[in-house]
Design a protein around this ligand. Structure first.
Ligand code: GLP
Length: 242
């Protein structure tokens, strides 16, 4: 069942998402969180940092897995998702670095690395709560629209739309990596709960399509409707077409 939560604005959306994460950790201090990058979760991460500083959340037993990483960028590259996650969240809270997992952008052997990533998620007991953003083209993680989707963690060519959308974080569009490593649809679906965050008018059409369209790999987010525990958090603008 899809549970839709409408919030007034980005601030409220971020607070609500942080409430869900905080409750998950309170119920299960050693929970496994699946985390996302992009602009959308930044407010949520700021909320988590504030609550940690106020002594309200303890991340010391939490394990995290990130959805994706650009292929070809080292972990200390400023545009890598590794760098992003440490800047936006991890270095401000008490999650032990050895419990943080992000696909590595420069693996020696891509197949081995993807299999390893799947295995570590299994070994950790699976993901309790997966936070997702949504691409304007309906991608989740970096599972791009296409005639088929891969199931497990894999290397994926980025679509022109995604390269263009993500170029806002790079000095020029030429610098945006052409490939990424992403959890697959099966990996994401194995999470016991999924919470998708969408903020802003540029996400409104895709949120409508997620809910109204038939399930199709051409709009990967439509597949989420098959998940037994999906919550969609929207602000007024992202929810304006539903
Ligand atoms: C990126 C990430 C996705 C994210 C999406 C939306 O491409 N791989 O995980 O959900 O962009 O990003 P934003 O929140 O900045 O709109």
């Amino acid at each position: 069942m899809v549970n839709i939560i409408r919030t007034e604005n980005y601030q409220e959306l971020s607070k609500h998402a942080a409430d869900i994460i905080q409750a998950t950790i309170e119920n299960k201090p050693d929970c496994v969180l699946g985390l996302a990058t992009g602009g959308t979760p930044i407010g949520t991460y700021q909320q988590l940092i504030d609550r940690f500083r106020e002594g309200k959340i303890d991340f010391s037993k939490v394990t995290t897995f990130n959805l994706d990483e650009y292929y070809g960028l080292s972990s200390d590259h400023e545009q890598s998702y590794h760098f992003f996650m440490f800047e936006q969240l991890f270095r401000h809270i008490n999650v032990p670095p050895e419990r943080v997992h992000i696909p590595f952008g420069l693996p020696e052997d891509i197949e081995t690395h993807c299999q390893y990533y799947e295995q570590v998620i299994q070994d950790a007991g699976g993901i309790d709560l997966q936070i997702l953003g949504i691409g304007e083209n309906g991608h989740i993680g970096f599972n791009e629209p296409g005639p088929s989707l891969q199931t497990g963690t894999h290397l994926v060519p980025l679509s022109q739309e995604t390269i263009r959308a993500n170029s806002r974080y790079f000095a020029s569009i030429q610098e945006v990596p052409k490939k990424a490593i992403t959890m697959g649809i099966r990996t994401i679906f194995q999470a016991r709960r999924i919470v998708l965050l969408a903020s802003g008018a540029n996400k409104a059409a895709m949120i409508r399509r997620l809910l109204d369209d038939n399930i199709t790999t051409e709009v990967p987010a439509t597949l989420l409707k098959l998940h037994p525990d999906l919550t969609i958090l929207v602000d007024q603008e992202a929810g304006s077409e539903i």
